[in-house]
Ligand binder design. Structure first.
Ligand SMILES: *Cc1c(COP(=O)(O)O)cnc(C)c1O
Length: 379
């Protein structure tokens, strides 16, 4: 077989794969986006942006930019090696102790990203003999981490304590350790998990509780400290980059020397670690509810859906992929950037507009989006 024919069949195979994604309205290409405050510019057109997770408006703040610039001047641009080799520059220690303190835990470890934190941590906590009970709506990277661990996975109904309890009881004695995983704020639905109650249940049953605080960090005053293990990311509310895990010192010490993404991936650039540290300084002083959560409530009142917003995220469920993309395009035509979210990010037939509010918005921005959504009869 010649190399040429191999190349041809590779091309043919991927052309087919792309065509089938396109037929399902699931083909995606990253758009080139320039962000400036509440606005996004795409292909020369400017829109009001309702698809950013920079909830607190820190990513474009002078405080974070200055911290990053100073760190680059002092330490250079790259960490140069894994944290376990020579990449653990002095900014890490400060960041790890301040995130642990903020989360009410003894110790913390910072990973390259939130995704890597889950991929690295879950296999340190559980293995083939163990069971993970995860909320039905848990994020893809939690599921990937569980799969990598080899533990048995059972999903419990979203935020359903009695389903979780019956699944715990049904599996009593069948596994080594049991780990419960949920999120503080659900990424695609914006609702909160009953962390304190799940924590009580986990203690009663001798299970461990891990929570993913990606969308709660700095946005809601949550009960994540009730969990045994708290992970999160600096890439959303904190406006920077990098993942973290907080827990007892013994757990963190073990993760530091056993988590493969911590061992085999280069440390974060000093600028990024410094920006995350500056974000913590801001988040420590936050007054709740923060602006973005207030905006969610103003928005919900204006579209009359009668619910109370719990976070900076408000979903408008459309149904199929095509209809969700059409809704996105109609809003674009009116000058609003609201991303349609489709499977596999959400369950089949729950494609939606995922609206997020940030500190960059004004109340008028929020009201104008609510009006557009009513005019288009999307609710
Ligand atoms: C975004 C996200 C992550 C991953 O964080 P990154 O730092 O962006 O890799 C993890 N969990 C949840 C729930 C998320 O939404």
């Amino acid at each position: 077989m010649s190399l040429k024919s191999l190349n041809k069949s590779l091309d043919a195979i991927f052309t087919e794969r792309i065509a089938s994604l396109q037929a399902e309205h699931r083909f995606r290409t990253p758009i080139e986006a320039t962000i400036e405050g509440a606005y996004i510019t795409v292909e020369g057109k400017r829109y009001l942006n309702f698809s950013s997770n920079d909830y607190l408006g820190l990513g474009q703040s002078d405080a974070l930019k200055d911290a990053a610039t100073r760190a680059t001047a002092e330490f250079g641009t790259g960490a140069g090696a894994s944290k376990l080799v020579t990449g653990n520059h002095p900014l890490y220690k400060e960041l790890e102790s301040s995130i642990a303190k903020l989360k009410g835990k003894e110790s913390a470890v910072v990973f390259g990203s939130g995704y890597l934190a889950n991929m690295g941590t879950i296999p340190c906590l559980v293995g083939k003999e163990d069971l993970v009970l995860a909320d039905k709506l848990c994020h893809a990277c939690i599921l990937d981490g569980i799969q990598l661990s080899g533990a048995k996975l059972i999903r419990f109904k979203h935020n359903d304590l009695s389903d979780l309890k019956s699944k715990l009881q049904a599996n009593e004695g069948k596994f080594g350790n049991i780990l419960i995983i949920t999120e503080t704020v659900f990424s695609m639905d914006g609702d909160l998990a009953p962390i304190s109650k799940i924590s009580e249940l986990s203690k009663e049953c001798g299970a461990w509780l891990m929570v993913d605080d990606a969308h709660g960090f700095g946005v809601v005053k949550d009960a994540s400290a009730d969990a045994d293990i708290v992970m999160g990311t600096f890439s959303k509310g904190a406006g920077s980059y990098g993942g973290y895990v907080c827990a007892d010192k013994t757990v963190i010490d073990y993760i530091k020397s056993a988590a493969r993404p911590h061992m085999f991936s280069t440390g974060l650039p000093p600028a990024v670690v410094a920006a995350s540290g500056a974000a913590i300084n801001k988040i420590e002083k936050a007054v709740y509810p923060v602006k973005s959560v207030k905006y969610s409530n103003i928005f919900i009142q204006n579209i009359n859906n009668g619910q109370k917003a719990q976070s900076a995220i408000v979903p408008i469920i459309i149904g199929d992929e095509k209809a969700a993309l059409e809704a996105q395009d109609k809003l674009k035509a009116k000058g609003f950037w609201v991303q349609a979210i489709r499977p596999p990010a959400v369950a089949n037939n729950t494609s939606r507009l995922r609206i997020t509010f940030t500190a960059y918005h004004t109340e008028d921005d929020v009201l104008s989006l609510a009006n557009a959504i009513k005019e288009l009869e999307l609710v």
